[in-house]
Write a protein that binds this ligand. Sequence first.
Ligand code: ADP
Length: 357
Amino acid sequence: MNLSKAWSLKSMEGDSSIQDTLGDLLETLLDAAIVVGDDTRILASNASAYDAFGRNGAPLEGRRLSEVIRDFSLHDAFRKALSSGLSSEIDLELIGNETRKYTVRIAPINISGMTAAIGYFHDFTRIEKLERIRQEFLSNVSHELRTPLTSILAFVETLEDGAIDDQENGARFLSVIRRNAERMQRLIDDIQELTSIESGRILLEPRQCDLHSFVEDIFLSLKAKLSEKNITLVNEISQGITVFADPVRLEQMLVNLIDNGIKFNRKGGHVRVATTDSDQSTFVTVTDTGEGISSEHLTRIFERFYRTDRARSGDIGGTGLGLAICKHLARLHQGEITVTSSFGKGSTFTIELPKQL
Ligand code: ADP
């Protein structure tokens, strides 16, 4: 807080107790606060104001408000407070490297007979972003639940209308209902999982995992999914390679990537799992010979609910949450997950796992 320095601009020496009190008060605010004198120069500011508007290490005090924040409505509000004693509230949007949004409350103050105005800058950028994410999330969830639910209701209605008496069709409709209910269940499980990870409720229990046999076991568990497209799974991991990871979470990541490699593959394609190594990390790669992912989608597929049009429209299944979960799990391991893809030829997903957590 540079209030005492600022106050020396105005001959307020001798009133140090007021300066100190005001200084202490401004500094307790989480919001940025700026006090402007009647010549529109900044008399005082707090650390939050400096963080928000300061540049090149130069103090805000002594500078004109218009040099520090270029916004006509803000200056107008300060001028009204200084000349007419009017308080006001304005919304301010500052476009820089990152756009920031504030609600600013400006009020006149009288400090030991001197006219000044104070502005409190409440930054609501983060709240607005969280609100947008919340709304998007709710709209995605309801959209994703509605599709299977509509199908379930339609088939129940058909059964009620008489199809239940036709044994063969009845059984077929029941299996459609079951498939859609399972899809809803998967979605809810994935949402719960993502929520647990994001809220920090998941603790890792890492240990050395033998990667070759680990991947063999996953291949076995996915065997049933291979026949339809005649996909071959190839374990290229040498015997004896270990990674330091939580086995449950590592399995979750690999199952998701290999399962995607199968789902988005062509008939007779391959999914290969391999490793490479650096001093600090082991890189586990899952490569498929599928349709690949175009660059417009590549940057977005780790977002929650993001699926390419093809994944949405085809009967491929999936919640669009698997990769978002994988990304969080890799980061919980202090690692990362990345993707490269050649459209039409296939994709490689890489999980980086540090050798020590
Ligand atoms: P989903 O449950 O839909 O598989 P994911 O989060 O695992 O959800 O994947 C998100 C989207 O990324 C998929 O719907 C698909 O569009 C794309 N995708 C993921 N893996 C692959 C892959 N191996 N090949 C092509 N597209 C993929």
